[in-house]
Design a protein around this ligand. Sequence first.
Ligand SMILES: [Fe+2]
Length: 196
Amino acid sequence: MPDFHALPIQPQAIQFDSERLTLTPEGPTLTRRMSDLAGLFLDEAARSAAAANENPVVYTVTSSPVPEADRELPQSITTIMPGNTSGELWMTKGHQHPNHQGEIYLALSGTGGLLMFDGEQTSWIEMRPGTIGYIPPGWAHRSVNTGDEPYAFLAVYPGGAGHDYGWVLEHGMGKRAFRGPDGATLLRPYAEQPGT
Ligand SMILES: [Fe+2]
């Protein structure tokens, strides 16, 4: 056994329930409501009004018991509800890994998009069940529900990668995803008002 600073956890099986979209045993679960997404949608007034009224759940993140510790490889299931705010599709906050490391997302159900931004270039991967989206080190990443049912994906990431949400507030994500008139997804420049 190598000499680790902190002892790793024991080998274990974690059960994924594809109907309920849960992990067993389960670690911490995070619920993000509209009130948690200040400053992220283009139409901040509409987001703020929704937060003040029904304050819907936009997405949840259920983690396995594997801790976010150096050398461990935690997993989580993120489920994004279908919906849009002034046409902008519901999405995760998005983050950068301060300790730049890669990550994989595996789409499980529904349809979505994996938006990535390295500060200059934007990348968009269509996510369908079975698609593995690879996030290279140094690319901020956000997931978007592009369909009419919940979009769920498995994330596997280095436990020491960290989550920097402020990076996205400062730098944006390069593009935003909107629901087009025919139901298709439209990617627009980050600051562009729809209809202009
Ligand atoms: Fe990440």
